[in-house]
Structure formats: structure tokens, C-alpha cells
Design a protein around this ligand. Structure first.
Ligand code: 13P
Length: 317
């Protein structure tokens, strides 16, 4: 059943692509001998096993992107220097890198990262400066020169069990628009909890579609699609040491991309980057990163270790 769905959606796209021409034109440029960077007009674009498959949606090169989410770490401010040095060891020429320090530490470190490394707060409010105790506005971020913000992490969606209302998809769509309108990049995390995964792929994809529905109009209207990054993080894999298999991650992310194509168009679907997150580490990304719809990783625990740089090196090959 799944195979049939994918085949049908690829055929449907082939029809649209023939009208829009973009991936086909790009292919022609590659066949004519242009480098991927030139053909795709994307600095750092590369032709690897991830991008050279005959799949029109994946033919558009996307620069890989890896994020380090420090969550509520480290405990001691004295440990920040070493963590910053870890991130600064990353070469961003072929792989975008962002880091999400804790709210408390962000102001201490945001100016200490090398050029090219984006600092992305782990949340923002929805409406700007004013009487919002305990919140951070995108206006404040912008004034600090911050260029990215992450929202929608399952831990923010209250998976860690606070007896307060969940951050709804509608609220997150408001935040996403606010972030993009201010000119920042937005990392939107989505992903299903274990009971949904246990029902199978269709339920997982429906769940993710539900999390994306409200942001589609903003995504469609956005000129620079690289400013939206979707982080697919199955809740059951976060901090558990259980990574989604490459097949699970790829088929889910391919379906997410296909949904974006259906709702927003092939060009948008080809440009939006989709990361995988959930117990990702240098030891397990090889199989995951070979897949055409996995454009990088959002990393929690492993981003606090010196070996984190190896993940960026792997994606930069
Ligand atoms: P882990 O890599 O620790 O599983 O965390 C993933 C995550 O939640 C990143 O946002």
C-alpha cells in the first residue's frame, strides 16, 4: 500500500515538474557538467549518495543542516567554554550548523560562536516585547543579531508532563510567522509519540500532517524556503538511545515532503530541509544520512560531546 502511494505521488509530481521544469533544468545543467553548487545555485551544494537518486523531489540539492540542542544544559556556567569550543570546531562551509543554548546561558554565549554558526533560542513568545514574564521575543533576538529560533520541540509541547496546556499547532503557527516576518530562520520540530508509531506509518504521517497544517500558508508565501527547517523528531526516540531506523525516518520524511508538495507545490517541497532528531550520534548517522529526504540532524545529548563535530564532517563529505 505504501509503495503504491509513493509511486502515485512521484508520477503526479512528474507531471507538475514537466510544467515547472525546475528539477529537470537543474538535471540538464548537471549533465552538462556544471558543479552541483553552480547548477543548484546553493553554496555548498553537493552531489552525494543523498542527492543523486532519480527522485525529482530529492534532485534539488539542499545544504545539510545540523543543530545542537543543549536543552537545559550544562548545569555549571564554567562548562560553557568547552561546549562553545566544540561547536566552533565545526566547519560550516558544506553543512549549516546551529546551536540552541539554554535560555539562561544564551546571553552569555551568543557572541562567542564563529561566523556561520547560528544561535537558535529554544523558544520564543508570539507577540513581541511587553508584559510577557518569563518569555523571549523575536524582536529582542533580532536586536541581538540572532538569526534563527527553534519552536515546537516535543519537550516544549509539554511531553515532559507539566500540568499546563500544550503548545497548540495554531500557537506554533503564529510563532513561526512571527519569526519569519522578523527575518529569522525557523526550526519547527514535529514528531509522533510512541502510541502513534505503534499504529503504523499511516498514523504517524497523519499525526505529522496535523502538526504542519497550520503553518502551510506561511510556508507557501515565504520567498526563501531555506529559512524554514522541519525537525522530525519521533518522541519515542528522544533521549532514549532508540534511534528510528533509516527506513522509518526516510519513509516518514518522504511522506512529510510529499505532503508539503501536495499542499504548497513541488518547488517548496524540494527546498525545505527536513532534519531527523532522536538519539542521533556520530555512531548511528551513517545509515540515516544516506537517505534522500534526511537533510541533517537535530542533536540533543551528542551535541554536548566533543565528537559532535564528526557529525558535521560526515555530512560535509
Ligand atoms: P537526543 O539526541 O538527546 O535524543 O535529543 C534529541 C532532541 O530532542 C533534539 O532536539
Amino acid at each position: 500500500m505504501r509503495t503504491i502511494t509513493v509511486a502515485v505521488s512521484c508520477l503526479a509530481f512528474a507531471g507538475e515538474a514537466a510544467q515547472e521544469d525546475t528539477p529537470w533544468k537543474t538535471l540538464a545543467k548537471l549533465l552538462a557538467g556544471q558543479t552541483p553548487s553552480d547548477a543548484f545555485s546553493v553554496p555548498g551544494a553537493r552531489m552525494t549518495s543523498r542527492t543523486n537518486r532519480w527522485n525529482p523531489l530529492s534532485m534539488m540539492a539542499r545544504k545539510p543542516i545540523v543543530g545542537g540542542n543543549w536543552k537545559c544544559n550544562p548545569a555549571k556556567p564554567g562548562d560553557l567554554e568547552g561546549l562553545v569550543a566544540n561547536i566552533n570546531a565545526c566547519d560550516t562551509s558544506k553543512c549549516d550548523v546551529y546551536v540552541c543554548p539554554s535560555n539562561l546561558h544564551l546571553g552569555m554565549v551568543y557572541e562567542k560562536f564563529n561566523d556561520g554558526i547560528l544561535v537558535a533560542p529554544q523558544n520564543c513568545n508570539f507577540a513581541g516585547c511587553g508584559a510577557y514574564t518569563g518569555e523571549m521575543s523575536v524582536d529582542q533576538m533580532k536586536e541581538m543579531g540572532i538569526k534563527a529560533c527553534m519552536i515546537g520541540h516535543s519537550e516544549r509541547r509539554m511531553e515532559f508532563g507539566l500540568p499546563t496546556p500544550y503548545e497548540s499547532n495554531a500557537l506554533l503557527a503564529t510563532k513561526l510567522k512571527y519569526i519569519l516576518d522578523a527575518g529569522l530562520m525557523c526550526i519547527l520540530a514535529i514528531g509522533e509519540p510512541l502510541p502513534v508509531r505503534e499504529k503504523g506509518l499511516e498514523a504517524v504521517v497523519d499525526y505529522c500532517k496535523g502538526q504542519l497544517c497550520d503553518v502551510l500558508p506561511t510556508l507557501k508565501a515565504l520567498e526563501d524556503k531555506s529559512r524554514v527547517v522541519i525537525a522530525y523528531e519521533p518522541v519515542w526516540s528522544i533521549g532514549t538511545g532508540v534511534t528510528a531506523s533509516p527506513e522509518q525516518a526516510q519513509e516518514t520524511q518522504a511522506n512529510i515532503r510529499s505532503f508539503i508538495k501536495d499542499k504548497c507545490g513541488a518547488d517548496i517541497a524540494a527546498k525545505v530541509r527536513i532534519q531527523y532528531g532522536g538519539s542521533a550520534s556520530p555512531d548511528n548517522i551513517e545509515g540515516l544520512s544516506k537517505n534522500p529526504d534526511i537533510d541533517g540532524f537535530l542533536v540533543g545529548g551528542a551535541s554536548l560531546k566533543p565528537t559532535f563535530v564528526g557529525m558535521i564532517e560526515h555530512l560535509s563529505k
